[in-house]
Write a protein that binds this ligand. Structure first.
Ligand SMILES: Cc1cc2nc3c(=O)[nH]c(=O)nc-3n(C[C@H](O)[C@H](O)[C@H](O)COP(=O)(O)OP(=O)(O)OC[C@H]3O[C@@H](n4cnc5c(N)ncnc54)[C@H](O)[C@@H]3O)c2cc1C
Length: 420
């Protein structure tokens, strides 16, 4: 086991960790010892969150634990060390001829960090990445190991744990036979076409993303289709025209870091993310925010945001609109809601972004918008609680599993638990 100074900043560089040390255990017993002896501790994943959710006095990286990936073809699951990234996991899954149901925009994030914050990709029939969790193992603040499987009591509260329940050391995820995906990008979708055909557009592929800068028309629609299913778009997409070259979602950037487009088929793991492993995803110099809105409110929310476009555009790199299917995970941003996720990749101008978010959250309040846990938002615990039917149950779970409050960092108190 090694102990090093904590990393200075998160991936985007917009957050400076307060933590003093980073433990790097190599065995579960070491994780148990570190957690049981720490007054204030959190697991640090791949540092891709944009807020202080992962911060604490002491941090633990699980990267040095054995990954020990085991595919069980009979139960259609894979179990893995929770510190792994999706990119590394995908390599083994591809060797075994199996696949996950979905991926986020990048493969660089850790599986446990993504699951803890309800990270999602897109797809009308695709739940977020946490919905693939069939089982987990966790070290709680007493140093005890607990194991839980889907269907057991409290399991639905344990999965999207926001880092506040314990250190997740192993996960079991659902897999399915490997599939191919091809992606086609369409340019210039009008707002009228989006409003008139919202469900047809967002379900015209297995995974669909609409990129917009809130201008006269939407910039791009990325349509990712499974190669074993018939093409749903032939010719244009409600007036949006098929691109003839590969594109970056941020129009002025080189598409080299992006996954191949123009309908070229590839593995699920090489097409579902927008960005390739081995390249810097997105812009890097950025801040992200995102709000998940019940489908029934989506068009109203989009229209309300368009009214803020003149304030949004000068500090925005690009927005993305995606679909996420409803689930039963207590603190999931799609709990019981088929959702529309409205995302903002901002320029790294924290002051201006914070100001804009006040306006955005005020505008989105009537639409029951749930902020993405891993991105920048204002809503405090009092505003968050009514958005989650199982919020009280989650608070009780935190108190039961972590009675001494070792995992209760300032972010959890401010945005989820209140001052308990
Ligand atoms: C370029 C970029 C693109 C992104 N794209 C998407 C996207 O497409 N969709 C989307 O939904 N989000 C996206 N995100 C957000 C990102 O997926 C989330 O912030 C995610 O939580 C990051 O995972 P991480 O491993 O970096 O976690 P960290 O930021 O390190 O930690 C996040 C939380 O998870 C907890 N945690 C981590 N590991 C464990 C563990 N083993 N046990 C218990 N708790 C743990 C931490 O304590 C913390 O509370 C993106 C972020 C970036 C930077």
């Amino acid at each position: 086991m090694t102990e090093t100074p904590a990393p200075e900043k998160n991936w985007a560089g917009n957050y400076t960790y307060r933590a003093e040390k980073l433990h790097r255990p190599t065995t579960i017993e070491q994780v148990q010892e570190i957690v049981a002896n720490a007054a204030s501790v959190h697991v640090l994943g791949s540092r891709h969150s944009f807020n202080e959710t992962a911060d604490s006095l002491e941090l633990i990286s699980l990267k040095d634990l054995p990954a020990d990936v085991v595919v069980d073809h009979k139960s259609q699951t894979v179990s893995l060390g929770a510190g792994m990234t999706y990119g590394d996991l995908a390599r083994t899954l591809n060797d075994e001829g199996v696949a996950l149901h979905n991926l986020a925009s990048l493969p660089h994030i850790s599986v446990a960090g993504a699951v803890a914050t309800a990270t999602h990709g897109s797809g009308v029939i695709c739940g977020n990445l946490a919905t693939a969790v069939a089982g987990l193992e966790m070290v709680t603040s007493s140093g005890e190991i607990i194991k839980a499987s889907r269907g057991e009591s409290d399991f639905d509260g344990l999965v999207v744990g926001l880092g506040g329940l314990g250190a997740v050391t192993r996960l079991t995820l659902d897999v399915q036979p490997a599939y191919g995906v091809k992606q086609q990008v369409f340019e210039g979708l009008s707002w009228k076409a989006l409003y008139d055909h919202f469900d047809e557009i967002t379900s015209c592929g297995y995974s669909v993303s609409i990129f917009t800068r809130w201008g006269q028309a939407n910039d791009q629609v990325w349509v990712k289709s499974r190669t074993n299913e018939p093409d749903q778009v032939v010719g244009d997409l409600f007036g949006a025209v098929a691109a003839t070259v590969d594109l970056h979602p941020i129009v002025e950037l080189d598409p080299a870091p992006c996954t191949p487009q123009l309908g070229r088929p590839g593995l699920w793991s090489d097409r579902l993310p927008h960005f390739r492993m081995g390249y810097t995803p997105s812009s890097g110099q950025e801040i992200q925010s995102e709000y998940l809105i019940p489908r029934r409110h989506a068009l109203g929310a989009i229209e309300a945001l368009r009214a803020l476009a003149d304030g949004i555009r000068p500090i925005l790199l690009v927005s993305e609109i995606r679909r996420v299917a409803a689930d039963r995970l207590w603190m999931s941003t799609s709990y019981e809601n088929d959702s529309v996720a409205i995302h903002f990749t901002w320029k790294r101008e924290p002051g201006a972004v914070q100001q804009m978010l006040i306006q955005i959250e005020h505008t989105l309040a009537p639409f029951e918008a749930r902020p993405h846990w891993g991105k920048v938002f204002h809503a405090d615990a009092a505003a968050i609680a009514p958005l989650y039917k199982r919020h009280d149950d989650f608070v009780r779970l935190v108190e039961r599993l972590d009675p001494r409050g070792a995992f209760r960092n300032s972010w959890l108190k401010a945005h989820v638990l209140g001052e308990r």
